[in-house]
Design a protein around this ligand. Sequence first.
Ligand code: AMP
Length: 225
Amino acid sequence: MAVNIVLLGPPGAGKGTQAKRLQDQFGLIQLSTGDMLRAAVAAGTPVGVKAKAIMAAGQLVPDEIVIGVIADRIAQPDARNGFILDGFPRTVPQAEALDKMLAQKGLRLDHVIEMKVDDGALVERISGRFACKKCGAGYHDRFQPPKRAGVCDNCGGTEFVRRADDNAETVKKRLDEYHAKTAPILPYYRAKGALKAVDGMAEIDAVTASLSAILRGAAGAGVRA
Ligand code: AMP
């Protein structure tokens, strides 16, 4: 099923966790600009050099850089099978650029889904998260610990990493950026009649079920935004 989806929501809403599950369930690819930018920083590419300090400060990387990154990625043949955008768009100009680049390729967005989460829950959600160094599987100290402490459920890896920007101070800045620059894209999509919402405060499995229902086109799926 080649559907193209945008997952919207503040940092810590569960976009990455859910995108990975939908990727496995529906054969779509997760396109996370955060992951792409972190890879660019780690590789020391020109994009990475420009983005590094901005990301560490919890600010948004300039639109033209991120739009270029996502345009290159969407041009890859595997994106034709359907994708889940996670962390993009994050500003109205990014949303407009996305519409243009998809139209040029004869593609469109099938679902734009907001994951609604209370701000108060986000700092704990973000500051507890970590990932397997080897396979990238995501965990949380409290909400989703590995079945065996210190061992990745997915690949058996024993080394874990925490994101440099997942500290309380940077999280606050990231939330401010979300409210100031990203939340205004909700009315942009609402005006197009494209916006749906799910309750991101629910259990991880329940959120996956709500998202899957929307993807399968189940009648009445999703909370009206
Ligand atoms: P994320 O992994 O989605 O939380 O993104 C981590 C960081 O990467 C953000 O705090 C921004 O600094 C940067 N970033 C990721 N996606 C975007 C985007 N679409 N626009 C601007 N900056 C972004």
